[in-house]
Design a protein around this ligand. Structure first.
Ligand SMILES: [Cu+2]
Length: 466
């Protein structure tokens, strides 16, 4: 869900679009379960070898009062999946040291956390990890995944020591965590984060606007409940939109918190060679921990992008790209044309770990582009991927009114219902919302409307005209 930046005409009004595609379909009672069904389908088929191992015949020293106690540390095994623990309930016969084994059979990061005694086990996806903890008293202890959003999504279970009836050690039904937002995991991000939202400058001095982009790794929720490692600007994928006015002086400090070198290339505007962002040709790479200040005059007006230009085939599909929009100078012919659109949407297409995404999300979490009957709608499309994407709009013939930042003269405007956009290209399209309904807007390479091979998914958004 993202990319719903209203046009300048509507800035200051409440955001026009907040619903996700899934939400709309749920509203219409159609396929609300797609996300869930799909998530289940892709979960791994690991079984749940809950085991309580350890002989139960010999009393362990120090626990003589317990009726039957294991001879060594008791062992409990739990599997973390996307996005549930199996089993959800485990137990050991009595107090004492316990070895907790956790296997991460999912594709994303999980941990197993118990608050008291303090336990945190972090197995990497596909791996196992274990730790020992001593449970002094019988009781029921909650375990959960502490990655933001995972507990709330159901990654929680109970660990019973002895008969479970007891004692001061029993934690009260765990208090709600103070907030899921502060990161316990440097590489996590909040669910439902949105890319391609307008970035506020850190300072404005006349027409000099200064922005900050920090390249860093997060876990990105590409479809509901499915997190993938993303390399981002400011923790979102795509990066935030840098939106300025023609003639502004744009300064962008890029900080590198990635595990490798990077640079940023501003793709489309006319800038000085030394600001072109090509490593070893116009500038040295930005080392991890380092930063670089880009500065250029915003010209000409148009729809542009910015992206990494180092190890690009790896870094860009992981998320290191975003939109640069230069709005036309006030009172120019282009500014008057822009004032005629009631809706202005921005979409970045890219491929991401087997997901074909629009603004960093694959269907069903892509945007709903809303319009009221009679409104003029513009969509600005950027292909930041590595494959061409023929984008097809149902229910309409749209006008192609510009490309690569340049508006077409009236005589060059043409109508399409499917527009192929090659990597690096941008197209501006418009249509008059005169045909009510829910119309899909999707890539017509049909493997691109799948999520890791499962249809529907991928590059599919919905235009809602009502
Ligand atoms: Cu495609």
């Amino acid at each position: 869900m993202s990319s719903d930046t209203p046009s300048r005409n509507t800035q200051g009004d409440p955001p026009l679009i907040t619903a996700s595609v899934a939400g709309v379909f749920a509203g219409f009672g159609i396929i609300a379960a797609i996300g869930l069904g799909w998530a289940v389908a892709r979960s791994t088929a690991g079984l749940a070898p809950f085991s309580t191992v350890g002989g139960a015949a010999v009393a362990a020293p120090g626990f003589a009062s317990a009726p039957i106690l294991p001879s060594g540390p008791q062992v409990v095994s739990v599997i973390a999946k996307d996005i549930v623990f199996e089993p959800k309930q485990v137990s050991v016969p009595g107090p004492g040291p316990v070895t907790l084994e956790v296997e991460n059979a999912g594709k994303i990061e999980h941990d197993l956390t118990i608050d008291n005694p303090k336990v945190k086990i972090i197995p990497k996806p596909g791996a196992k990890s274990s730790a020992q903890a001593t449970f002094e008293k019988p009781g029921t202890y909650q375990f959960y995944c502490s990655i933001p959003g995972h507990k709330e999504a159901g990654m929680v279970g109970t660990f019973t020591v002895g008969n479970g009836a007891a004692s001061a050690a029993v934690p009260a039904p765990a208090k709600p965590q103070p907030s899921p937002t502060p990161m316990t995991h440097a590489s996590s991000t909040v669910p439902n984060a949105k890319g391609n939202q307008v970035l506020a400058p850190i300072s404005v001095n006349g027409s000099v606007k200064t922005f900050e982009l920090t390249a860093k790794v997060v876990q990105w929720e590409v479809v509901p409940g499915v997190f993938e490692e993303a390399w981002t600007y400011n923790g979102v994928m795509p990066g935030p939109m840098i939106r300025v006015l023609e003639g502004d002086t744009v300064r962008v400090t890029v900080k590198n918190e990635l595990p490798e070198d990077t640079v940023v290339h501003f793709h489309g505007p006319l800038l000085e060679n030394k600001m072109d962002g090509v490593p070893d040709v116009t500038q040295p790479v930005i080392k991890p921990g380092g930063s670089f200040l880009y500065e250029f005059k915003a010209t000409p007006a148009g729809t542009y992008m910015y992206h990494t230009h180092h190890n690009s085939a790896v870094q860009e599909p992981k998320g290191l790209m975003g939109m640069l929009v230069i709005d036309p100078a006030p009172n120019s012919a282009e500014a008057r044309r822009d004032a005629g659109f009631q809706r202005d949407y921005f979409q970045i297409l890219s491929e991401f770990n087997g997901y074909f995404t629009i603004n960093g999300h694959a269907f069903p979490s892509t945007d709903v582009l809303e319009a009221k009957l009679g409104e003029r709608v513009r969509i600005r499309l950027v292909n930041a991927g590595q494959a061409p994407h023929p984008m097809h709009l149902h229910g309409y013939h749209f006008k192609v009114i510009g490309s690569d930042g340049k508006p077409f003269p009236e005589s060059a405007i043409y109508e399409k219902d499917t527009l192929s956009i090659f990597p690096g290209e941008r197209y501006d399209i418009e249509f008059l919302a005169d045909n009510p309904g829910l119309w899909v807007f999707h890539c017509h390479i049909l493997s691109h409307v799948m999520n890791q091979g499962v249809e529907p998914g991928g590059m599919l958004a919905v235009v809602k005209v009502s």
